[in-house]
Design a protein around this ligand. Structure first.
Ligand code: NAG
Ligand code: NAG
Ligand code: NAG
Ligand code: NAG
Ligand code: NAG
Ligand code: NAG
Ligand code: NAG
Ligand code: NAG
Ligand code: NAG
Ligand code: NAG
Length: 801
């Protein structure tokens, strides 16, 4: 604990001196044309091949998310997979895996052949229509697409309402009457029951359909109620009514549908027809709310006032909101091509689709605190997405953290995953702990730290009855055996009794983060939790080998499951890797979650130096890392892999981290519609890309960023709180990325040899100049240059630096 501490301590005194003498940035640069930035955002990146991104119109963190829903890869609503459009809906999640999320109350425009209402196609399988592939326009705050039948759809949004605009082709049977139907369903057909009423009389210039429905969350417990209020305007109402299966009628005007015999799924909804031909477009304003149908109408009326809905004004507002959110960053591209710039800016954009700001829309309790949802899931988001928001949008990240603490206050537990206001399933540790502590070490203000501390201690000490949705399981064993055993005997609470290895590793890091906060707040529990942070060592089996098809990989020592009596169990180290089969909560549940023992071998974020010596020292460790990344064992499409890319920093070879990053970007993370190697998971994959491009990668929960050369000649980020601008500049930059090795660095005008830096870089607006070359140098390689580790450096006291 001592030696590195001393070195770090003294160099920080030197830092302080540089700071005082160097308050001005040394480099005057031409700023990029900021108003051009949105042109580099392509919401279609990751819209097929499993990226599952939400490609439609949304505000930053907005609740309303409008897009065309398809019947193919529709987890996020739309996909460029060539499948058919089934509707246009206003609520979505982004990048999630598993069941399609939300997509409630889709509407759909049609013309009924022969003007006969019963010739319209109401059920989803009948109405599904292909779109014109070249008609897709996806921009921040705007989405447009044309159906093969010639109907064109455009959409934009406010916070809690969407505005759709439909253009019916002229020249069709002029007696025909354009129809807008609404389906009481969601993407997953999870609707349990729903109510609907239609208010639209013949001759009216506007018709309203409103109602509500009870649905199931896509990855969570219980059910949720969502309300809607749809106003359609743009012509004279001809008639309106209900449809059930493939028949429709102008009576009744109210309907309640449920699931009946054998949970039979009844397709039903409402419709409004207009007299054709229309003189212009039909506007459909869809308000949504978790509170009430009246609130859904009020949200729509307040945010998109009528009677004339001004689409263009609303779209401009959405664009301006995105422009403002992206404005803290400027890049000097250095002739790097547009595809790389698009990759970067689109990634920045995708970090602010979810979590979603549901403040004022919480049906469960009243509070003056912010309320955010779609933490889907924190297991994915804590590593890089939320740390990115801490840099670029600390005001919102503070609200997000406050909302987590408020959820603890009212529900008794921090969430691990949440969607549509319900509790999502826990995946591993209580990783909201890490989010809170990351905010603490990065000085976010206005957070009740005493309450945050209580919330984390609650996770660490008290086992909930249902740890499948909150907290941790196996706490009796955790406290007494100091690991989570294979086949634990746990009668305190209930969850999926698997993942003993990955939970042991994640709980260890959770307790490390807790000890950091305890230390910062002067609690006497800091030592206890720091000691529990070492529990990962108890599952290390030093003689465990790993074979692939009978051939020894040559690496010895892996985490293995251990019974309560201390006897080792066995899980093949390559199980759950891409070379074997995927392991989730329900599919092939194993002792490691969504990742192998090979990959989890590297998950000790707080004590990497200890891990390196355990695995035989830097050379062996680097060979193991290299084998991991080149043998097919690494799953670059899922979050646990992220930190492994930067681990050479701890072994004194920062150049190897840079080299590895370039082996994945852009080959696995690029600007194509299939440009993501896995689910974006809100914006987790996005954040992996953009932190690489910035050249500073976080080890969240610690005040540490690893330094590699940015992917652009220069990049600047202005802190929206301090207004100070931090800049990283590459000297000898080449757009072919041959010069990716740092030869020397200058921080605020003085030589800097550490291969990592703290968050003050951003808040205090420091300037880092990196001189690059084609080969590794000795920059950042010495003992005193390495990032802190629990066993060798004073990680605990970083916050006091
Ligand atoms: C910046 O970009 C906008 C949008 O493309 C353009 O209208 C404007 O002229 C540009 N300004 C400069 C100074 O290049
Ligand atoms: C309009 O007419 C064309 C040609 O008959 C047909 O292909 C298309 O489906 C019609 N559009 C609608 C919206 O009915
Ligand atoms: C709708 O379904 C939910 C969930 O099953 C149930 O709690 C509720 O009572 C139902 N509502 C009505 C009006 O039947
Ligand atoms: C849904 O709407 C119906 C009809 O207006 C109403 O009776 C019912 O209470 C609403 N359900 C909920 C959960 O608000
Ligand atoms: C946090 O605030 C303290 C006190 O103002 C300051 O010394 C420290 O540098 C700040 N740390 C960060 C990461 O901004
Ligand atoms: C193992 O052997 C099988 C059968 O020869 C082959 O299909 C598979 O790709 C091999 N796996 C690895 C990881 O080499
Ligand atoms: C420990 O428990 C496991 C599983 O029940 C059993 O197979 C093993 O023999 C036990 N070891 C000892 C030393 O009792
Ligand atoms: C883009 O990324 C995807 C997903 O990782 C990959 O399959 C594809 O080959 C990449 N495309 C290019 C041109 O590198
Ligand atoms: C940063 O700039 C904003 C907008 O100009 C201003 O409101 C705020 O007071 C500034 N903050 C600081 C710390 O200077
Ligand atoms: C853009 O640059 C990247 C990185 O050098 C390269 O891999 C990619 O092929 C280039 N794309 C285009 C369209 O030129």
């Amino acid at each position: 604990m001592k030696s590195l501490n001393h070195i770090i301590g003294s160099s920080f005194i030197l830092f302080a001196a540089y700071l005082i003498s160097n308050s001005q940035a040394v480099h005057i640069r031409k700023r990029a044309n900021e108003s051009n930035v949105l042109k580099y955002v392509d919401p279609l990146i990751g819209s097929n091949s499993g990226g599952n991104v939400f490609a439609g119109a949304t505000l930053p963190y907005g609740m309303a998310k409008a897009v065309a829903d398809v019947d193919g890869e529709n987890t996020g609503g739309f996909s460029t997979d060539g499948s058919r459009i089934t509707g246009f809906s206003a609520m979505h999640d982004s990048g999630t895996g598993g069941n399609p999320s939300l997509g409630n109350f889709p509407i759909f425009p049609q013309i009924c052949p022969g003007d006969d209402i019963n010739s319209c196609k109401f059920p989803i399988g009948q109405r599904a229509t292909h779109y014109k592939a070249d008609s897709i326009q996806a921009r921040p705050g705007y989405f447009a697409i044309a159906l093969n039948n010639g109907i064109e759809a455009e959409m934009t949004v406010s916070e809690h309402a969407a505005l759709f605009r439909f253009d019916f082709p002229s020249g069709n049977d002029s007696a025909s009457s354009p129809l807008i139907m609404l389906d009481l369903t969601d993407l997953w057909a999870s609707r349990q029951n729903a109510s609907i009423s239609v208010e639209a009389k013949a001759g009216d210039t506007e018709g309203r359909i409103r109602g509500n429905g009870t649905f199931l969350p896509s990855f969570g417990a219980g059910s949720y109620v969502l309300h809607f209020c749809l106003d359609v305007a743009g012509g004279r109402v001809k008639d309106s009514g209900m449809w059930v299966n493939n028949r429709a009628g102008t009576e009744p005007k109210d309907l309640f549908v449920t699931r009946g015999f054998n949970l039979f799924y009844l397709e039903a909804g409402g419709f409004i027809r207009f007299e054709g031909p229309l003189s212009g477009k039909l506007n459909a304003r869809m308000g949504v709310s978790f509170i009430s149908t009246n609130k859904a109408c009020r949200n729509a009326e307040d945010e998109i006032p009528g009677p004339e809905f001004d689409f263009d004004v609303l779209r401009k507002k959405a664009e301006d909101a995105w422009h403002a959110k992206l404005s803290p960053i400027t890049i000097e591209a250095g002739a790097v091509n547009e595809s790389m710039q698009t990759n970067f800016w689109s990634a920045v954009y995708r970090t602010m689709i979810s979590p979603q700001d549901y403040t004022g829309e919480n049906p469960h309790w009243q509070s003056s605190e912010p309320y955010f949802d779609s933490f889907y899931c924190i297991w994915d988001m804590w590593r890089v997405q939320l740390p990115f928001l801490t840099i670029i949008d600390p005001v919102f990240q503070t609200k997000i953290v406050r909302s987590l603490v408020d959820i603890y206050k009212h529900r008794g537990w921090l969430p691990d995953c949440s969607m549509s206001t319900t509790k999502g399933w826990t995946q591993g540790g209580s990783n909201a702990d890490n989010v809170l502590v990351d905010a603490y070490v990065k000085n976010l203000t206005g957070i009740d730290w005493e309450l945050a501390y209580k919330a984390i201690v609650n996770d660490a000490e008290n086992e909930p009855l249902e740890w499948s949705v909150e907290g941790r399981g196996g706490l009796m064993s955790w406290k007494h055996l100091n690991y989570i055993p294979y086949l634990d005997y746990d009668y305190l609470g209930f969850g999926t009794n698997s993942r003993s290895i990955s939970r042991t590793l994640e709980y260890s890091y959770n307790d490390f983060c807790l000890s950091t906060l305890a230390n910062g707040l002067g609690k006497d529990t800091a030592t206890k939790y720091l000691s529990r942070a070492g529990n990962w060592l108890n599952l290390y089996k030093s003689d465990q080998k790993s074979l692939i098809n009978g051939t020894d990989t040559g690496f010895t020592g892996f985490f293995q499951p251990k019974y309560m009596n201390g006897t080792w169990g066995y899980q093949d180290p390559i199980a759950c890797s891409p070379l074997a089969s995927f392991c989730s909560l329900t599919s092939n549940p194993s002792e490691t979650f969504e990742s192998s023992a090979w990959e989890y071998m590297f998950f000790v974020p707080h004590d990497v130096r200890r891990l390196i010596s355990l695995l035989g020292g830097p050379d062996t460790f680097l060979r193991r890392l290299d084998f991991f990344h080149t043998s097919g064992l690494a799953d670059i499409g899922n979050e646990p892999v992220f930190l492994t890319v930067y681990m050479p920093h701890y072994a004194g070879r920062p150049g190897l981290s840079a080299k590895r990053v370039h082996s994945y970007i852009p080959s696995r993370f690029n600007s194509s519609t299939n440009g993501l190697p896995g689910n974006d998971d809100s914006g987790a994959m996005a954040s992996f890309t953009l932190f690489a491009c910035i050249g500073l990668f976080p080890n969240p929960g610690q005040n540490v960023y690893f330094i590699i050369p940015p992917f652009f000649e220069s990049i600047s980020i202005t802190s929206p709180i301090t207004n100070k601008t931090a800049t990283v500049t590459n000297i000898n930059f080449d757009k072919q990325y041959k010069n990716i090795y740092i030869q020397s660095a200058i921080l605020n005008g003085k030589p800097y040899s550490k291969n990592w830096i703290t968050h003050e870089f951003f808040t205090k607006g420091w300037t880092l100049e990196l001189t690059l070359g084609e080969t590794e140098s000795d920059w950042g390689t010495k003992e005193e240059d390495l990032p802190p580790s629990m066993s060798v450096g004073d990680v605990e006291n970083q916050v006091a630096f």
